[in-house]
Design a protein around this ligand. Sequence first.
Ligand code: ARG
Length: 608
Amino acid sequence: KKESKKRPTLITDVNSVEGNICLVDELKNIFEVAIASAYPDLKDAPVVITVSGNNPKFGDYQCNSAMAISQMLKAKNVKTNPREVANNILNKTPTSPFIERMEVAGAGYLNIYINKMMAEHILNCILRFGVKPPPVKKEKIVVDFSSPNIAKEMHVGHLRSTIIGESICRILEFLGHDVLRINHLGDWGTQFGMLIAHLQDKFPDFKTVSPPISDLQAFYKESKKRFDEDEEFKKRAYACVVELQSHHPDYIAAWKLICDVSLQEFQKIYDRLDISIINRGESFYQDRMDVVVQELKDAGLLEEDEGRLIMWGNPDTHEGIPLTIVKSGGGYTYDTSDMATIKQRVQEEKGDRFIYVTDAGQATHFIIIEACARRAGILKDHQKVEHVGFGVVLGEDKKKFKTRSGDTIKLIELLDEGLKRALDKLVEKGRDKVLTPEELKQAQEAIAYGCIKYADLSHNRINDYVFSFDKMLDDKGNTAVYLLYALTRIRSIARTAQISQEQLAAEIEKSGFKFGHDAEWKLGKVLIRFPEIILKVSSDLYIHSLCEYLYEICSAFTEFYDKCYCVEKDKEGKIVKIIYERLMLCEVTARIMEKCLDILGIKTVSRM
Ligand code: ARG
């Protein structure tokens, strides 16, 4: 009856390995087998594999299972210690083309040294076939991001959602998933009552002449002011909502007009930041809300509470707070629309994974939505809901990010300022005299938008982060400018050596890549971790790990380039020797960096 777990099949043939292999996963498999054979009676022994970091004394990777296993054995009254356990595991480790050697160190660490030939093989695969994603089971994934509200301002929080969401989509698409990018616009609700009432007053002929309301925010503020101060207006606003919800054509026309003005403004931001997203706001779910409410009622899942209809995630514990499905006046809420939304994404889109990118403040909202959707049988066990929460954007004074006069920051103005500052930087360095006007413009945009994105993505998203142009444009820090300069430098090496891509490809075919100097080996070991990083980020959706990885590549590359020349020149500057292996290493480095930058949504330039 004892359920025996199937042991993983280990890779024994180097030639069956491709450039997209996740090394750490294979090591996990190897040590799962080793531990099972050393301790066949021990159930659920943990297989812990970590990267050893910079100190070569600790090997390249470590298996740190011995401590825990020793504890487990002691609990069964077996006398042992971690070092003994580590030695036992070592002795049972099957030979693998991935492992050069192993040793037990310190309190019971098992240091693993990676096989150089395997690493060479992996890098050769990347050189021949390009940077390929690690294989995964393909899923349909709905990513709900950006999602600003019509007529209200699109603020820096929405900018974070936009940048993080775009990057999440890119990494999932790279892995081959079917990603649906949804802009869940706040385009339906009671605010439209006062907007339409105000529109009717100010621009009575709005149906024939398009009113000049490009500054919808100001328009929103005006109507809100009237709504708060003028009883008569308030009544009319409510009447407008009723007309709108009963789909009166004039009101639908007014509503559409207001949405279009907003959408045009949002689109300007998306175009500049190269964001692709499908607009499908709350209004899309109007009829579906009626349906889901009826279904929840019929299933007896709603409770009355002071005239409202509410739903608990767990009716027995009444843990947390309930959703308000129907308001006392009969209206629907944000909760109702998100129940209709998740149902649509499960049943019509046939999604497997549902990702929502919003500020951390909405975390509980999505926990309850998930709980209620599971309770209602909408979500099945294998389907996952993930809230990708993020912190607040702060100004350099560590307070909420505002303009000097205390207004909320307009995103377009923020992007403009980024452009201006990026250009200043380039001019300061005299680049305007070297680059063509076209190149200068490309560099300016790549730097400005790249820096804004990277500053956001390189911080752990759950924390608040301080928005500082000075910091994000510093070419010595962990910034997009630094990375972009590093990449152009790497790309220029082969160019100075006057080696074309074709010549390099021929060399790769002829002799392939081999490690020489120790600094090459160090860089190579960082590069072959790419699939591991991609898998990690695509599962926990913490993009900053990818930024850290990029920075690590850059540091390892700098060390390599300091110590190893790729091209030897004589006194006159004539090329006397070219070390092709090193140019190949430059090539893999550049390709992996380009892929990472692409996932971050950062454009690269050939010159800057
Ligand atoms: N419009 C909302 C806001 O500005 C975000 C919507 C997020 N998506 C969702 N399905 N609730 O906060």
